[in-house]
Design a protein around this ligand. Structure first.
Ligand code: SF4
Length: 330
């Protein structure tokens, strides 16, 4: 039986950046109970441990994407049978956002399957941000790579968050995506931060990466000039027709370890359980909350993938005694 840790580095709540890969590896490899206790301690020092932020995600432009992300059924490189759609009308987006607010969401995330927005798209996207914000919701968009000028324009429209995942480690990235580079992702994150928009960036687990890739990804995020305010962690949902259709499932305990590591490395970020909750048991989700996850996507669809419905999530939160955060504290 491993002895209780006497290493002060492993029991200290606050940490200073930059994180080293070795330090993060040491945390990830701790006995599970020690790791979860450490993560929960960090969590309690920074958040109300029984509150969860609820976000709602809408696909405003589906499919036909020129990028070749190996996990994505919206890529035009994959024969997934998904029908591509045009950019959604602004009024419809706002109507959907109103419904999400009535359902308890505090943040509305809008995603378009683009490499980057075209100049002609920007007026509509800006109108969406303004319309959704006017409902009293926080706004988030994920539109692909942005130029500094596009980021500025979105910031001027009042966009609160921009999502741009780094997906995995720099080493493994090229195995998953070949149409852009890891540095391109970091560059867009820099433009978003520079424009004064909050950053949402995380990754996907279960793409065939090693534990070291997961650790490396989290260290990269934690060591950004300012860590992302939101860190979505997705469990891969293998999509038929994609390159990763037959990917082996990730060990649930490894997933929980990654959540705990994210919480420790980024103490003040919202760590979100994103895609893949339909493949998680209630007990696994409960462990993720204990490990420091404090945000979920609600609603029965995420872009194109299934998500537990509102009834299931309300029941889950009730069973665990978790309550949604109020909009102004999200
Ligand atoms: S993840 Fe985004 S950028 Fe990549 S193929 Fe899918 S929609 Fe396109």
């Amino acid at each position: 039986m491993p002895a209780p840790s006497t290493n002060p580095r492993l029991t200290h709540v606050g940490e200073t950046r930059p994180w080293t890969l070795d330090g993060a590896r040491e945390l990830y490899a701790m006995p599970f109970n020690d790791l979860l206790f450490r993560a929960q301690t960090v969590h309690r020092a920074n958040f109300d441990p029984n509150r969860v932020q609820l976000s709602k995600l809408l696909s405003i432009k589906t499919g036909g994407c020129p990028e070749d992300c190996g996990y994505c059924n919206q890529s035009a490189h994959h024969a997934t049978g998904l029908k591509a759609s045009k950019l959604m009308e602004v009024e419809r987006v706002i109507a959907e956002a109103r419904k999400a607010k009535e359902g308890g969401a505090t943040r509305y995330c809008m995603g378009a399957a683009w490499r980057s927005p075209k100049p002609r798209d920007m007026d509509m996207v800006v109108a969406m941000v303004q319309g959704v914000k006017a409902l009293g919701l926080e706004t988030c968009m994920t539109l692909g790579m942005l130029t500094p000028a596009q980021a500025e324009r979105l910031a001027d429209a009042g966009l609160d968050y921009y999502n741009h995942n780094i997906d995995t480690s720099e080493r493994f990235y090229q195995e998953i995506v070949t149409t852009r580079r890891f540095e391109d992702r970091l560059e867009t994150l820099g433009h978003v931060r520079q424009a004064g928009i909050k950053v949402c960036s995380g990754g996907i687990l279960g793409m065939g990466e090693t534990a070291d890739d997961r650790i490396d990804m989290l260290v990269t995020l934690a060591n950004l000039p300012v860590p992302p305010e939101s860190v979505p962690l997705n469990l891969l949902i293998p999509m038929p027709g994609t390159k990763l259709a037959d990917a082996a499932p990730v060990d649930p305990i490894e997933f929980v370890r990654s959540v705990a590591l994210a919480r420790i490395l980024m103490p003040r970020s919202h760590v979100r359980l994103s895609a893949g909750r339909t493949a998680m048991t209630v007990e696994m989700q409960a462990l993720c909350f204990f490990a420091g996850a404090n945000s979920i996507f609600v609603g029965d669809t995420l872009l194109t993938a299934a998500n537990p419905g509102d009834d299931q999530d309300s029941a889950l939160l009730r069973r665990l005694g978790l309550t949604p955060v109020a909009p102004e504290a999200a």
